[in-house]
Design a protein around this ligand. Structure first.
Ligand code: ARG
Length: 462
């Protein structure tokens, strides 16, 4: 048997077309599955020996051969040939070249269909842990930054219009919450995917007495799949994984968008460190937030992968189809992109400064205390809907001569609503409002400290 001869050489006439060889191969994408392919093969061989389908001596040859191949690949000594199509064929061919007859028994009761389904699940289990670790690091960076701004107030926005005052720490911790859901989503994805398809063969299982629970146990799967037709074609977990990556991208993209706006001269809320800016080839004064723009831009790539993955799944007939080979390029692209974005976001966050003086100098613009004034009136027995109307007309009254609520005289205030008393001024001004928020989870000074303490404790255990 020549080195590149395939197991189906006896079935198909002549060699494959050159163009077809290049077209059908996935080795250029799936090489990175090699460790998982080898681990899966060792488990399969171990089980074949337990079931007396191969001898102990054959098992040893197979195992030693596979370990050697793994070392060769790791050391860059492995000879890759695209004629092998994919990582599974490449490793099997190398094994046969190394150990001969015993190697030819490895694929007993197995197909590349259950093999690749197993490999991606094993890979994804590890990848989820890597992403979770990166999420945690990013969360810690946010918490650390929040710790510096637990007293400082900024405008909170809705519709990008000034809404209510919020503590900067609470703004920052909003990203920790988002990332926490991303963390949990990935965990859930990991639970659902941790089922072994190995032993389902091409589509129907096998007439040979394989022990699927043995391979599942060896590989750390929590159970086996119970329908071979489904198991070889199920890539739900790939779509779900890319969806999880997409939501992470969405979150990081929102952060990026915020800070791109916040770093403009018009806002001047944050300073992105020089290390994460670029300048212009023409305009010497520029400090452009390119890293943030790329985090935002790369979201398109991840969403593209999600759309691609869902489209690949759509309308395939039952059982394995070669379409499924297209899964990996998108799964890998999404995870690589999100890994890079998480690293970049963490670095940017760790070095960003909020310009608190500038932010507080502008805090009295935009009637951030209007809602608190309405609530002050509620405290004086005015129905909320009426109070809302009173403050609405007060704001319109102030706007005429460009005044703030806090400088309107008590007489003028009383003119709008008799329930207003001298203590009203305690409820005005953005900073005092932020110290008066009463509800759990509010964006106030007290709550900021609780939230920082909570996340410091929680993330400290990870
Ligand atoms: N490289 C293929 C994939 O990624 C492996 C399975 C191919 N199986 C087949 N019967 N052609 O899906």
């Amino acid at each position: 048997m020549g080195n590149t001869e395939k197991s189906w050489e006896k079935r198909l006439a002549g060699g494959p077309d050159e163009v077809a060889v290049g077209f059908v191969e996935s080795l250029s994408v799936d090489t990175r599955l090699y460790k998982y392919d080898i681990v899966g093969s060792i488990a399969h061989a171990q089980m074949l020996a337990e079931q007396k389908l191969i001898s102990k001596a054959e098992l040893k040859l197979i195992k030693d051969g596979l370990v050697e191949i793994s070392e060769e690949i790791a050391a860059g000594r492995f000879e890759w040939r695209k004629e092998y199509e994919d990582i599974h064929m490449a490793i099997e061919a190398a094994l046969i070249a190394k150990v001969g007859q015993a190697g030819k028994k490895l694929h007993t009761g197995r197909s590349r269909n259950d093999q690749v389904a197993t490999d991606i699940r094993l890979w994804m289990r590890d990848e989820i842990e890597i992403l979770q670790a990166k999420i945690t690091l990013a969360q810690k960076a946010f918490v650390k930054l929040a710790g510096k701004y637990s007293e400082d107030v900024m405008p909170g926005y809705t519709h990008l219009q000034r809404a209510q005052p919020i503590v900067i720490a609470c703004y920052l911790l909003s990203f920790v919450e988002q990332l926490e859901r991303d963390f949990v989503r990935l965990k859930n994805c990991g639970v659902l995917l941790n089922i072994s398809p190995l032993g389902c063969g091409a589509v129907a299982g096998t007439t040979l007495p394989l022990d699927r629970k043995s391979t599942a146990k060896q590989l750390g799967f929590s159970d086996i799949s119970y329908n071979s037709v489904d198991a070889v074609s199920d890539r739900d977990f790939c779509a779900e994984f890319i969806f999880d990556c997409s939501v992470i991208s969405a979150h990081l993209s929102r952060l990026a968008e915020d800070w791109i706006i916040f770093s403009t001269n018009e806002f001047g809320f944050v300073r992105i460190d020089d290390a994460y800016c670029t300048s212009s080839s023409m305009m010497p004064q520029k400090r452009n937030p390119d890293m943030l723009e790329l985090i935002r831009g790369k979201t398109g790539r991840v969403y593209g992968s999600l759309t691609a993955m869902l489209t690949i799944l759509k309308g395939q007939p039952s059982g394995y189809n070669r379409d499924l080979q297209e899964d990996k390029v998108h799964v890998f692209s999404a995870s690589d992109t999100v890994e890079a974005c998480l690293d970049m976001a963490r670095a940017v966050v760790s070095h960003t400064k909020f310009k608190t003086k500038r932010i507080s100098a502008g805090l009295d613009e935009g009637f951030l205390d209007a809602t608190a004034l309405t609530e002050y009136l509620v405290g004086k027995g005015v129905a909320f809907r009426e109070a809302h109307g009173v403050v609405g007309s007060l704001v319109a009254y102030c706007e005429k001569d460009g005044r703030k609520l806090s400088v309107v005289s008590l007489d003028e205030l009383k003119g709008h609503c008799g329930a207003i008393e001298a203590d009203v001024y305690d409820s005005l001004g953005a900073a005092s409002v932020a110290s008066r928020y009463a509800t759990e989870g509010a964006a106030g000074t007290k709550q900021a400290k609780d939230q920082i303490a909570y996340w410091t404790r929680e993330l400290g255990q990870r």
